[in-house]
Every structure is written in structure tokens, then in C-alpha cells.
Design a binder for this molecule. Structure first.
Ligand SMILES: [Fe+2]
Ligand SMILES: [Fe+2]
Length: 199
């Protein structure tokens, strides 16, 4: 009984020491904010990669906004609304990433200069509605691929950034699916119109 108590006491003590040590380390680098000694990531690389993801999101916001305002034609209304919805969601992603960058003591890069070089996705205006949707689908597929790569890189080194990127990735996959569905719907409707015209 005594021995058991002793063991428990010892465990408790070592647990306390651990807590004290954790607190000491936390205080020591208080200016580092969310970055503690247990942070295993290569902060410089993580910040660079997150700033690239931020640029990607900003370019996506701009492209979807352009497409929203330029969407014209018989099928344009529902599509234009979808573009606007995506623009708002890309903006949310940009905000999440910028916030995480500051948590890691970095600076979110909002500089328009070099934005397209930092971004993984492209800004293509597209002529017709179908062109626009195709360009958005391409951009989403690029985001899906590069974010998957980023998630693999972050792995266990920065689980918080990884989880954030995983939730963003899930949304980009939804976006890609939305664009694919729009293309299929327009193709079906056009076919129906052609048949109606021919008869
Ligand atoms: Fe996004
Ligand atoms: Fe997206």
C-alpha cells in the first residue's frame, strides 16, 4: 500500500516537473507566441509554403470575382452566384492562412507585386462562361494537388497548420466538384436546346 502510494507520489512529482518544465519553456520564449520548443517544423519553410497558399487563395478570390461580374448568357445567373460563393470561401481561406502565419511569428504577404509568382494557381479570365468554369476547375485541381503536397510536408511537424490545410483542401475538392457539375449541366442544357432547335 505504502509502496503504491510512493509510486503514485513519484509519478505525480515527475508529472509536476514536466509541467513546470513546460511552463518554464513557455515563459522563456513568451515572445514567440504560439511557437514553442515542441514545434518541430522548419518555421522558415512552413512560412514560405503558407505564404504561397495565401497567394493562391488571393488569386482565386480575384479570378472568381472577375468571373462573377463577367458571367453572361442564358446560363449565367446560377453560375455567377456560384462564382461569388466560391470567391467568399477563398477569402475565408486566405484569412485563415494569414492568421496562422502570424501565429507562427511570420508576416502574411499581401503584396500585389509577385502575387502570381507566389501563387500556385493562375489568373485566367476566360472568354465564354464555359471557358471561365473550365479555368476555375483547372485552378481548383492545381490547389488540390499543391495543398495535398503541403499537407504531406507538414505531417507531424506542424499538426495545427496541417489540420487547417486539410480543411481547406476538403473545400477545394468541393469547389472542383461544383465546377465539374456546372460544366455537365450546361452541356446537357445546350444539347437540349440544340435538339429543340432542330425539331
Ligand atoms: Fe481556397
Ligand atoms: Fe477553391
Amino acid at each position: 500500500m505504502k509502496a503504491e502510494n510512493g509510486a503514485k507520489g513519484k509519478d505525480r512529482n515527475s508529472f509536476l516537473t514536466d509541467i513546470r518544465e513546460i511552463r518554464r519553456r513557455a515563459r522563456q520564449h513568451i515572445e514567440d507566441g504560439a511557437v514553442t520548443d515542441s514545434y518541430k517544423g522548419d518555421r522558415k519553410t512552413v512560412l514560405r509554403v503558407l505564404n504561397e497558399a495565401l497567394a493562391t487563395e488571393i488569386v482565386c478570390v480575384l479570378r472568381y470575382k472577375r468571373h462573377h461580374y463577367m458571367a453572361k448568357g442564358i446560363h449565367s445567373q446560377a453560375v455567377a452566384e456560384e462564382f461569388l460563393e466560391h470567391a467568399a470561401e477563398e477569402q475565408e481561406h486566405a484569412d485563415l492562412i494569414a492568421e496562422r502565419i502570424t501565429q507562427l511569428d511570420g508576416e502574411p504577404n499581401f503584396n500585389p507585386e509577385g502575387l502570381l509568382t507566389r501563387s500556385h494557381s493562375e489568373y485566367v479570365e476566360g472568354e465564354s462562361l464555359v471557358d471561365m468554369i473550365k479555368e476555375d476547375l483547372v485552378a481548383e485541381r492545381i490547389a488540390v494537388e499543391s495543398y495535398s503536397e503541403i499537407i504531406r510536408y507538414l505531417a507531424d511537424n506542424d499538426p495545427t497548420s496541417r489540420r487547417m490545410m486539410e480543411s481547406i483542401l476538403a473545400k477545394e475538392e468541393e469547389h472542383a466538384e461544383d465546377m465539374k457539375t456546372l460544366l455537365e449541366t450546361i452541356a446537357r442544357e445546350e444539347e437540349r436546346e440544340d435538339r429543340a432547335k432542330a425539331s
